[in-house]
Design a protein. Structure first.
Length: 235
């Protein structure tokens, strides 16, 4: 569904990604794990069109997308739930969700999308008139996911969805991601520091270190790899 080939990304003279290559199969959850500063968010931002790589190629359903504006990439069906949620705090919950439906691919199904989001997150329906900035952290994460779903994506990239949440809410977020994949058929790229939880969920996974892919395999294989357990799980 998505192919990343030999991506190099620089911020000035500092190289953030070096020769990164990976493939994302349709209908699967693929995890990208690594420590802080490994380049995980840079990779997501490059796929989304927010950053422009110096070298390499990104194709979505066989169509080159690197270098295209982010709104065009969104309209192809690639959605992003950004790190830190990035909701509009002064807008209401409903207004935030409506922003997500402005993509041409999503406009005609706005009402159906809103019903689906409120079905998935009843708490958002209860608070639809409330300013988004007054929601709890977990509710804001629900809103960020709901806003992405309003754009009718076929592939969703989650960037640190558990960040800043309580253990109970972290578990809930992972259940939601699994449900979106299994019941809604969405392809998922999951970028997470919670290595154990993401590898348990993922069918395929990549390990990113200092801007390079250093390991890949099934989620189960990496979860049971002694090097991964020692480096990221303290086992």
């Amino acid at each position: 569904m998505l192919s990343v080939e030999g991506i190099d990304l620089f911020y000035g003279d500092a190289q953030a990604l070096a020769g990164v290559s990976l493939t994302i199969p349709e209908g699967a959850i693929t995890a990208i794990v690594g420590a802080n500063g490994a380049g995980k968010s840079s990779l997501i931002r490059t796929i989304a069109g927010i950053e422009c790589p110096r070298a390499g190629r990104i194709t979505y359903r066989g169509q080159p997308v690197q270098g295209r504006p982010s709104h065009e990439i969104c309209n192809l069906g690639i959605g992003q739930v950004a790190e830190g949620r990035q909701i509009f705090p002064t807008l209401s919950v409903l207004e935030n969700l409506e922003v997500g439906s402005h993509l041409p691919r999503a406009r005609r199904r706005k009402a159906a999308s809103l019903a689906e989001v409120f079905g998935l997150f009843p708490r958002l329906a209860e608070r639809k008139s409330q300013a988004a900035g007054t929601l709890s952290g977990g509710e804001q994460q629900m809103l960020a996911i709901g806003r992405c779903l309003m754009g009718r994506p076929e592939l969703i990239m989650f960037d640190e969805p558990s960040l800043g949440l309580s253990p109970a809410l972290v578990e809930q977020m992972f259940r939601i991601i699994e449900r979106l994949n299994r019941e809604n058929g969405l392809t998922v790229i999951l970028v997470e520091q919670n290595v154990a939880a993401s590898l348990q969920l993922a069918e395929r996974a990549y390990v990113l270190e200092t801007g390079r892919i250093v390991m890949s395999g099934s989620g189960a294989e990496l979860l049971n790899d002694d090097r991964i357990r020692a480096a990221y799980m303290g086992i």
